[in-house]
Design a protein around this ligand. Sequence first.
Ligand SMILES: Cc1cc2nc3c(=O)[nH]c(=O)nc-3n(C[C@H](O)[C@H](O)[C@H](O)COP(=O)(O)O)c2cc1C
Length: 179
Amino acid sequence: MKKVLIISTSLRRNSNSDYIAREFERGAKDAGNEVEFISLIGKKIDFCIGCLSCQLTQECVIKDDANEIAEKVKNADVVVYATPVYYYEMSGQMKTLIDRMNCLFPSDYKFRDVYLLAASAEDEESAMDGAVKGVQGWVDCFEKATLAGVIRGTGLTETGEAKKDEEILKKAYEMGKSV
Ligand SMILES: Cc1cc2nc3c(=O)[nH]c(=O)nc-3n(C[C@H](O)[C@H](O)[C@H](O)COP(=O)(O)O)c2cc1C
C-alpha cells in the first residue's frame, strides 16, 4: 500500500483536469492505496520571494496553505499533479506551489513516483510538452524521484468535457490503479 497525494490545481469548478484526477484517485483507491486528494480551490498560496532561507531551515518564511501541502508532498510515496494547460505550460498556480515547495529540496523527502495529468483545449498532444518539461525539470531536482506517467487529456475546452471522454478517464483509472 502506498501513500498517494493528488493535487488538483485547476481553480474552476467541474474542471477537466479535476475529472481526470478523480478517476486516477478511484483507480489508486481500488488498488488498495491510501489516497489524499487536495484541490487548490480556496487555498492561499503566495509567490516564492526567493530568499532561499528554506535551504537552511527546511521551512518557508511565508505562512499560508503552501506549508501544509509541502509537508504532505514530502511524506507521500506518490505525488500526482493535475493541471490545465495555460499557454503551453502548467497552470500558474501549480508553478507557484512548486516554487513554494523549495524547502523540500534539501529535505529527506519520501516521494519516488510523480505523475502529471493535464487537460488542454487543443487536440495535439504537443500542446502539453511545456507542462511535461516543467514537471520533468522539478522531478530532476529530486534524484530519488522519477516522472512515472503522464496523461495528456487533449481536446477538452469547456468545463466537464472530460467527464464524457471515456478513453481519457479509462487511461487515468488504469494509471491510478497501477501506482
Ligand atoms: C489562461 C488560459 C490559457 C490557456 N492556454 C491554452 C493553451 O496554451 N493550449 C491549450 O490547448 N489550451 C489552453 N487553454 C484551455 C484550457 O487548457 C482548457 O480549457 C482545459 O480544459 C482547462 O482545464 P480545467 O478544466 O482542468 O481547468 C487555456 C485556458 C486558459 C484559461
